[in-house]
Design a protein around this ligand. Sequence first.
Ligand SMILES: [Zn+2]
Length: 353
Amino acid sequence: MRRPQRHPIQCIVPPYIFRHMARSADPRVREMAVAALAAAAAVRAVRAFSQQMPSLLAAPSPAGRKHRLVYDARGRDELPGRLVRGEGEKKSADAAVNEAYDFAGDTFDFYHALFGRNSLDDAGMTLVSSVHVGEPDGRGFQPMSNAFWDGSQMAYGDGDGGVFRRFTRSLDVVAHELTHGVQSFTSNLVYRGQSGAINEHFSDVFGALVRQWRAGESVESANWLIGAEVLVPAPTRRAIRDMEHPGTAYANDPVLGDDPQPDHMRTFSAGPADSGGVHLNSGIPNRAFVLAAQALGGPAWEQAGRIWYDAMLQLSRTSQFADLARITAQVAGDRFGAAAKKAVKAAWKKVGL
Ligand SMILES: [Zn+2]
C-alpha cells in the first residue's frame, strides 16, 4: 500500500470527467484524458520541486498588504517556472498572467475585507501562481486541462481547446483553488469521503462568493455555477458544477456525458472513485448552502458566507456532513438569531440531513 500524500493534489476538474472522456470515440479527446489522468503522478514530482522553494512562501507581508508572484511554466510541469509578474509590477501582455494576478488579488481582498484574514495562512503568505502549466503526454507536453492547489501554490493549465479553455479565465476557479489553501491552514479536512467532500464544498462556496462579492450580486440574482468560463461553449454544458442544482451542469454532452453529482443524501455516492466521491458528494452540502443563502437573503456573503467561514474554522480534520450541519445551525443562531438558525436547519433537512 502506498503511503498517503501529505498534500493531496486538489484539482478543479474531477477524475470522473477524464475517465468519461477516456472512452470517447474521438482519439484526440481520449489522448487528452489519458494524459490528464496520468499527470497526477508527474504532478507529485512537480510538488517536490515546488517544496524546494520555501523561502518564497515564508516571506510574510504586513497585515492587509497582499504579495503576489506569477510564474510562467512555459508549457512544462516544473513548478513554479519563470517569474513574470511580481506584486505592484505592470500588466503583462499575457492575459493568463494578469488573470492569475488579478483574481488572486480579489480573493485576498475578499478574505481580508470580510473576515479580517491576512492571506491564506492569516500571516501574510505570498500567493504563488503558475500559468501555462503542461502535462506529459508520452511524446512531450500538452497544455494541462486542469487547475490545482498543490499544498503551496496554484497551478493553471490552458486546456485542450476542445472542451477546456485556460483555467485562469474563471474567478470562481481561482478562488476555489486558493480556498484549498485557506483550508490547509484551518480545519484541514482529510481529502477523502465526507470530510473530503466538505473540503471541496468549502472551495466551491467561497469560489462562488468571491465572484458574487466582486460583482456586487445579491442572492436573488446570483449565479451558482463553478467554472462556466473554462468550458468551450456548447448547448450541452453550462459549467463544471452547479451548486444550486447539482447534477445539471452538463447533460448529454458528446464528450462530458451527464453531470453525476447528487443533490440529496438518498443519492449519496459511496464508491471508492474520486477519493470516495469528494467532487460528487460535495453537491449535497452545496445545495444546502444555496438554499440557506436564499432563505437568509441579501448578498450571500453577508450571512450565509459568514456562517460557513466560522464553520470552516471550527471543523476538525475528520468532520462529517452531520457535523457541518450542526455547526452551521449553531453559528447561525449565535450570530444572527433563532430565525437564521431555523433557516439553516431547514436547508440541511431539504438535502436529507
Ligand atoms: Zn477543489
